[in-house]
Design a protein around this ligand. Structure first.
Ligand SMILES: [Zn+2]
Length: 366
């Protein structure tokens, strides 16, 4: 059994939208206030604060006149915010993450998490605590037969769209073993290049989308600060951006599902530092985000379907090695797209050669 999240759009009634906006605000306030308190105790007294203590503090805040409104929204999302903060501190103390930061109203994603005691799930209808009508959800794909959501997360994105994500337990059957294995190189010109020689290009719609995004950003830059037109322009940028992100995610799902179906072992480079550092352009940022998403999708799909994903050390010189004879070149500047090995005479496409080396290193490691 695996836990899997199903995300859908929904359309709140004006009353539900108000209730949710209020809940989001309270979630952010509780998170920030608990973070402030933990930081204070940690800095002044060198002591770690436990989840139980923050939970007791929340109860006390609700009893004060200035914070009594915290008692008007469902208490579960507030408790969940404290649990998330606890997890962030556990990761920080284990040196897995940076010190937690405050949730800013404009920058952080507005969301609230409801556990089972705070929602009703009956006949495929979902009703949240403090609401009398179920959410109007667009069931763009069916939930698995008989699924019982254990956690429900409601969120609103920068483009003003509402989403609900339902976490359900599901039995996933591994695929029959595959004969083939593949090496994947994160592309500069293509999205990815495979060791088979195939190049998977960036989706063609993206060029037009990016032009639209650049135009919307130019319009936004010309608007006066704090003006209504600026708010409208910012929403327009967010809409174009989310459209790019959505279409790209669909595309990445198709690519990763195919790779996992066809191959038993999938070898990838462990994070492309060269891209992450150098690409600060918009196109570069989108490419970096794509590679991260692609990695993540490959990881969980490989786990679901009984495949092996191997991450090859990022310092492995995949571009400099000849995949035919193993000779290593001193240098391989980024602008060299094709080269001939001086030792064996083989002519290589730069990316295909790198993907082949990644596959060989991956098979050696697995
Ligand atoms: Zn060679």
């Amino acid at each position: 059994m695996m836990k899997r999240a199903y995300k859908y759009r929904f359309y709140p009634t004006p009353g539900q939208a108000t209730e949710l906006a209020r809940t989001f605000g309270c979630v952010r306030l509780v998170y920030n206030k608990a973070l402030e308190e933990r930081t204070r105790v940690y800095t002044l007294h060198g002591r770690r604060v436990s989840y139980v203590e923050t939970s007791a503090a929340l109860t006390a805040w609700k009893k004060t006149p200035e914070l009594s409104f915290l008692g008007e929204v469902s208490s579960v999302p507030l408790q969940q915010a404290l649990r998330h903060l606890q997890a962030a501190f556990v990761n920080f103390f284990a040196r897995r993450a940076k010190y937690p930061v405050f949730k800013a109203r404009k920058k952080s994603r507005a969301s609230a998490e409801y556990t089972r005691s705070a929602f009703r799930w009956r006949d495929g209808r979902l009703t949240l605590a403090k609401m009398d009508a179920p959410l109007d959800i667009v069931w763009s794909r069916p939930l698995p037969e008989g699924a019982q959501p254990s956690t429900v997360t409601v969120s609103k994105d920068a483009a003003g769209r509402w989403f609900v994500s339902l976490l359900v337990e599901e039995a996933i059957t591994p695929l029959p073993p595959a004969e083939r294995s593949v090496g994947v190189d994160a592309g500069i010109t293509a999205l990815v290049t495979l060791s088979t020689g195939e190049k998977i290009a960036n989706p063609t719609f993206e060029r037009a989308d990016r032009r639209k995004l650049a135009r919307a950003q130019r319009v936004l830059a010309r608007k006066q600060k704090e003006s209504n037109n600026r708010i409208k322009a910012r929403l327009r940028v967010a809409k174009v951006y989310t459209r790019i992100a959505d279409r790209r995610r669909d595309f990445l799902h198709k690519v990763t599902t195919r790779l996992v179906r066809e191959n038993q072992v999938i070898a990838v480079e462990d994070l492309t530092v060269r891209n992450m550092v150098k690409n600060r352009s918009l196109a570069g940022a989108i490419a970096d985000a794509s590679w991260r998403d692609l990695r993540m999708m490959l990881e969980y799909k490989a786990a679901w379907y009984g495949r092996t994903l191997v991450a090859v050390d990022r310092w492995f010189p995949s571009s400099k090695l000849c995949s035919a004879c193993g000779t290593m070149r001193d240098k391989m500047p980024l602008n060299v797209r094709e080269w001939t090995c001086p030792a064996c005479g083989e002519t290589h496409d730069r990316d295909v050669n790198a993907a082949r080396n990644v596959l060989a290193a991956g098979l050696a490691e697995s």
